[in-house]
Design a protein around this ligand. Structure first.
Ligand code: ATP
Ligand code: MG
Length: 324
């Protein structure tokens, strides 16, 4: 059984990405799993090439530093030829209506003349990511479920029309994990791309220096209530308690009992986050300081992923009447 998950380098890796996804990939993943940096997906909206390259390297380094086996990791664009070829085949298997019905496309393209065509076609590229690797389980949140359904539809349609090539994938709900909220505005979720680069006071990045992490957490918004208690209806305090609980493998209610004031709680959260991220920051830093090593890991991952998908791509091309 192969599970496939990607992370898009649309911004720097943040605490929510780690607690909600990467940590679990590292601790519960099996040798069959595949994790990739989906840099091609980061190009569906205006992007900066130098920034994309830097963020891709950073994400690869963080995945490995977090303890995911280098054997399981690759960068999407290292398979641009394979994915480009398969995307075309799948675009020729997909109808315009099916792509245009994607809710995410409708939301993101709404009222925008300059929307890139790739915003419409990227779910087909995502289908190519999944089908090339023969992945059968795709852990995704609600927002990506429809895209996995499309991959499923295309796999079945291709197999029925041309011949059995593709594993039919299923969306699986990832186990409930921490849902980290923005520290400055705890009514929204923490995310790597929705804040402008000059306004990241509420976002803890995995590679932030300890002092910066402490400062961001000390300034986290809490409400005026004096007592430290876990109440999901109070998003600021609840967020801090949930983060601390996730860092310490405890429950928010339990961790609340250890603190008499928000000042003390914030110090506790800051220390727990800094200590949890320290080894990852140091290891990722070493990798980023050693581009040759990072390149070696990246090339090996690319070769493995390309080899894994080669026979499927070749069969698909042959069955549609092209190739050799
Ligand atoms: P973007 O702003 O580009 O959407 P993001 O930070 O939301 O970035 P994604 O690339 O959408 O990150 O998601 C990568 C993984 O991180 C997914 O598994 C997602 O569920 C998880 N994740 C993202 N943000 C959080 C969060 N605040 N709390 C928990 N998990 C999160
Ligand atoms: Mg997101």
């Amino acid at each position: 059984m192969t599970r496939l998950s990607g992370i898009t380098p649309s911004g720097r890796v943040q605490l929510g990405n780690y607690l909600g996804a990467i940590q679990r990939w590292a601790s519960q993943g099996t040798a069959e799993d595949l994790y990739f940096v989906s840099d091609l997906h980061a190009m569906t909206t205006t992007h900066n090439p130098a920034m994309l390259r830097a963020l891709t390297g950073e994400q690869l380094a963080v995945l490995i530093a977090a303890g995911i086996s280098a054997e399981s990791v690759f960068v999407q664009s290292d398979l641009t030829r394979e994915l480009g070829a398969l995307s075309w085949v799948l675009e020729c298997t997909c109808t315009f209506g099916e792509a245009a019905r994607m809710v995410q496309f409708k939301e993101k393209a709404k009222g925008r003349d300059g929307a890139r065509l790739s915003l419409l076609t990227y779910p087909v590229l995502m289908a190519a990511d999944i089908l090339l690797q023969g992945a059968d389980e795709i852990p995704v949140g609600e927002d990506q479920r429809q895209h996995v359904e499309l991959a499923r539809t295309l796999a079945k349609r291709f197999n029925a029309t041309y011949g059995e090539v593709f594993t039919v994938p299923s969306a699986v709900l990832p186990p409930a994990g921490a849902r980290v909220r923005d520290l400055a505005d705890p009514t929204r979720k923490m995310s790597k791309s929705t804040r402008s680069t000059s306004d990241t006071a509420g976002v803890v990045f995995v590679l932030d220096e300890p002092e910066l992490v402490r400062r961001k957490i000390r300034r986290a918004a809490t409400d005026g209530e004096p007592s430290v208690a876990y109440d999901p209806a109070r998003p600021g305090p609840a967020n801090l308690l949930e983060i601390l609980a996730a860092c310490t493998g405890s429950t928010p209610g339990e961790v609340a009992e250890g603190y008499g004031s928000y000042g003390a709680l914030k110090e506790g959260v800051a220390e727990a986050v800094v200590e949890m991220l320290r080894p990852i920051r140091l290891r990722a830093g070493e990798l980023l300081d050693d581009p040759a090593e990072l390149e070696r890991v990246r090339k090996a991952g690319a070769a493995r992923a390309a080899e894994r998908g080669e026979h499927r791509l070749r069969s698909a091309l042959r069955l549609v009447g092209t190739g050799h």
